[in-house]
Design a protein around this ligand. Structure first.
Ligand SMILES: [Zn+2]
Ligand SMILES: [Zn+2]
Length: 287
């Protein structure tokens, strides 16, 4: 028996667990994978027999199991039942081969020892080696814990696979990160100047106007910059553009603020509203 090998043991447990949950095809695949590596594990042959549907194949699997371990009662019993022969007396009493419950011991999964209390889990999150899990990424099959798993319409995905898909989605070039912010800054300087001319002090009418102007300005700045870069998307482009807007506006507002010794902060409610609304519109447009 090669059950001393922690990897083989881990595979066997995983296969048994999948078989217990009724996923026969998946379990068969796991048993076969295990047997490719370690063809002399009687328990795996027995497990394979349990999940096969064809009696002839089942018989073959049980035969292999009993040939490897002639006193392996469950396999002897299963083989006898398949052949319609009487079960030998010594093999009749079903014995529980559940060694994992009897003697839990630390198990190697990858390079990390899993504490015995968590031995029932076969896998650990690839990002958090201390977290046992039974979830796998549907795309790459890596084990993931529940806080790393990202729900998608087709199943749970790991963050790496999500990022890979996003990288296809985000197609902006390095030049785009120069062109769009440059256009954004120029336009923001213009709107910032107008805001600093007309919106300081203000009053409710100005606040009201700033909501509309802000939304309009944010959208126009986004639209023109995006057109200039062929409508490509950049992961950080929305943030960069908002920074440009703030810069282009602050250049005009700050000197006034400093000149007034920050005494008249209330007068800047109008420009504040403008920045807030325009920034939001620009950000969502660039996304
Ligand atoms: Zn993945
Ligand atoms: Zn995790």
């Amino acid at each position: 028996m090669e059950l001393q090998d922690p990897r083989v043991r881990s595979l066997l447990r995983q296969a048994n667990k999948v078989a217990d949950s009724g996923k026969k095809a998946a379990a068969e695949q796991l048993y076969r994978q295990l047997l490719d590596e370690a063809p002399d594990v009687a328990e795996a042959w027995y497990g394979l027999g349990q999940v096969l549907n064809d009696p002839a194949e089942q018989k073959e699997a049980y035969k292999k199991a009993t040939a490897l371990e002639p006193d392996f009662a469950p396999a002897v019993r299963a083989l006898a039942e398949l052949r319609g022969e009487p079960v030998p007396a010594w093999a009749i009493e079903p014995e529980e081969p559940e060694e994992e419950e009897a003697a839990p011991e630390p198990e190697l999964v990858g390079e990390t020892a899993v504490p015995p209390t968590e031995a029932e889990y076969e896998l650990v999150c690839y990002r958090h080696p201390s977290r046992p899990t039974s979830l796998r990424c549907y795309n790459c099959g890596k084990p993931i814990c529940s806080s790393c798993a990202i729900k998608t319409p087709v199943g749970y995905s790991c963050p790496d696979c999500i990022r890979e898909k996003e990288d296809v989605f985000f197609n902006a070039t390095a030049l785009d990160y120069v062109v769009a912010p440059a256009i954004g800054l120029v336009l923001s300087l213009i709107t910032g100047y107008l805001v600093s001319r007309f919106a300081i002090g203000g009053g409710f009418f100005i606040y009201f106007i700033m909501v509309f102007i802000g939304g309009f300005a944010g959208r126009i700045i986004g639209q023109l910059s995006k057109q200039a870069i062929g409508r490509r998307r950049g992961r950080y482009l929305p943030q960069v553009m908002v920074v440009m807007l703030v810069l282009g506006t602050a250049v005009w507002l700050l000197p006034i603020l400093i000149f007034n010794g920050f005494a008249s902060l209330l007068a800047f409610i109008g420009p504040g509203i403008f920045l807030f609304v325009a920034g939001g519109a620009l950000f969502s447009y660039m996304k």
